[in-house]
Design a protein around this ligand. Structure first.
Ligand code: BGP
Length: 497
């Protein structure tokens, strides 16, 4: 039997996002984006209020809240130190995003902000110098706020034009420096969180106290506009830099939605959940088609969106080069408790066959085999290279009396997932790489807190905003280094840390 192994050139590294690490939220010309006015995606009260005189939404931050992302971990000023720590683990790849608002502060300017462009020039140069291939997300919950308050964000097709200007600018500027581009981070979450995930805001709100609500019609218009923009991005990237590749980025924990039992209603329900949480974006991105089950919803809800002339052809002609995704956990579908396709069909019913969850208070189910399942399903469906650009575990951790963090739990979680990736490669999946989410502690996307720590490197900052920002290597740092520098061979060693 041949030995299981990772292919030569496999990409090992970590992933972060500008809004969760950079801080400097109003520095060098940057203006606020959607994340800047929320404490995480789950924040029920984004910092906006409706002005009856102007008939517009206005920014209005809550003085009671701590917006940790405004300073985050100060990567904007410390990126050299942080990148050196990442390269020290043997990473040959590093993923971050460009904050759109550093390049076009309001989103609708014609000319870019040179200071923002220069920052990412320096950043990408440093990454390449350290031997880490940049994987760059074009939009990771960072749509400029002005585009939402002025135009309704992605509900408005004009956003496609603003986006075109932005991506053309960065493709021309970073040509030769960035080989892998990702378009819209986890945009398939837009049903649950249209404000942050999709950059959408209703300018004719049904509820003037709640900027998170968009109508079905508006939601599906966002879908049409994003599909169009995605295809344009692939076209432009290939025209400007034929050596670069473009991937979509979808949260694919939802692919591993299992029927709670073999009741055919649950089996089909789980399949529908996979479709409406994942494939409804994956199919047009990878196959260039709008699925029939989506058109059925349009008919039933009377909310068919408008596509610009030629957009459907564009979508057909310009599928992505690879499928990038995040995977953290699996879910179950049970018709008795299902809460509808709007939330991906997850029921919240615990899977009794899993060995556990992440610790309180997050309690995400731990299911490494779900990652192998996901890789296989995506391969059979799309036959494209797959790129795991997020996987990891958030834990509440503090330095012990000797200033250490012994994070065996993280090592076990990561090792078990990597082993399943290796199995999937043996199954025939074409896997480009494995990027661990949050290799250095970052502000959480979901809850906007520092307490949920993913890093191999600890950052001294806390939920109330205090902290020295000092960086400390956790025990897992040396373990990860062994994995990356042996192309995964160290996974077979008994002693992990
Ligand atoms: C994904 C996002 C990341 C990220 C991660 C972990 O949804 O793309 O931005 O933070 O999940 O989620 P959380 O930070 O909520 O633990």
């Amino acid at each position: 039997m041949s030995k299981l192994a990772f292919p030569e050139g496999f990409l090992w590294g970590g992933a972060v996002a500008a809004n969760q690490i950079e801080g400097a939220w109003l520095e060098d010309g940057k203006q606020p984006n959607v994340t800047d006015i929320c404490v995480g995606i789950g924040d029920r009260h984004p910092g906006l209020k409706w002005n009856d005189e102007t008939n517009k939404w206005e920014m209005c931050l809550d003085p009671e809240k701590v917006y940790l992302s405004h300073e985050a971990i100060d990567f904007y000023h410390r990126y050299k130190e942080d990148l050196a720590l990442m390269a020290g683990m043997g990473f040959n790849c590093f993923r971050t995003s460009i904050a759109w608002g550093r390049i076009f502060p309001n989103g609708d300017e014609e000319e870019p902000n040179e200071k923002g462009l220069q920052f990412y020039d320096n950043l990408f140069d440093e990454m390449n110098r350290l031997g880490m291939t940049p994987v760059i997300t074009l939009s990771h919950y960072e749509t400029p706020l002005h585009l939402l308050t002025e135009y309704g964000g992605w509900i408005n097709p004009l956003c496609i034009d603003f986006w075109r200007n932005y991506v053309t600018t960065v493709f021309n500027r970073y040509k030769g420096k960035v080989k892998y581009w990702l378009t819209f981070n986890e945009v398939n979450n837009m049903k649950r969180s249209p404000f942050i995930s999709a950059g959408a805001l209703s300018l004719n709100p049904v509820d003037k106290t709640n900027p998170r609500i968009v109508t079905d019609k508006e939601r599906w218009q966002v879908y049409a506009n994003i599909l169009t923009a995605n295809a344009e991005t692939v076209k432009l990237a290939h025209e400007i830099d034929p050596d670069c590749q473009v991937g979509c980025m979808l949260t694919s924990s939802s692919v591993a939605t299992y029927p709670y039992n073999c009741d055919p209603d649950n089996v089909f329900g789980a399949y529908q959940a996979q479709r409406f949480a994942n494939f409804y974006f994956g199919d047009p991105f990878c196959l260039g088609i709008i699925p029939g089950y989506v058109k059925r919803v349009w008919k039933e809800l009377d909310c068919e969106p408008e596509f610009r002339e030629g957009a459907l052809d564009l979508i057909k002609t310009y599928p992505v080069d690879f499928f990038a995704f995040s995977y953290y956990r699996s879910g179950t579908y049970d018709k008795e408790t299902a809460n509808g396709w709007d939330t991906g069909g997850l029921t919240g019913k615990a899977n009794p066959f899993l060995r556990g969850t992440s610790p309180e208070p997050w309690k995400w189910p731990i299911d490494p085999k779900g990652l192998r399942y996901t890789l296989n399903v995506l391969t059979d469906r799309y036959h494209k290279p797959l790129f795991i650009v997020e996987n990891g575990i958030g834990l509440d951790e503090n330095l012990d009396e000797n200033g250490h963090i012994h994070d065996t739990f993280r090592v076990e979680y990561t090792r078990d997932h990597m082993l399943e990736v290796r199995e999937a490669i043996a199954d025939g999946c074409d896997v480009m790489g494995y990027l661990y989410w949050g290799p250095i502690d970052v502000v959480s996307a979901g809850t906007g807190e520092m307490r949920k720590r993913y890093g191999f490197v600890y950052v001294d900052r806390f939920n109330d905003g205090h902290g020295t920002l000092e960086r400390v290597k956790k025990d897992s740092y040396e373990w990860m280094k062994k994995i990356c520098t042996t192309n995964g061979e160290a996974l077979d060693e008994e002693e992990t840390i």
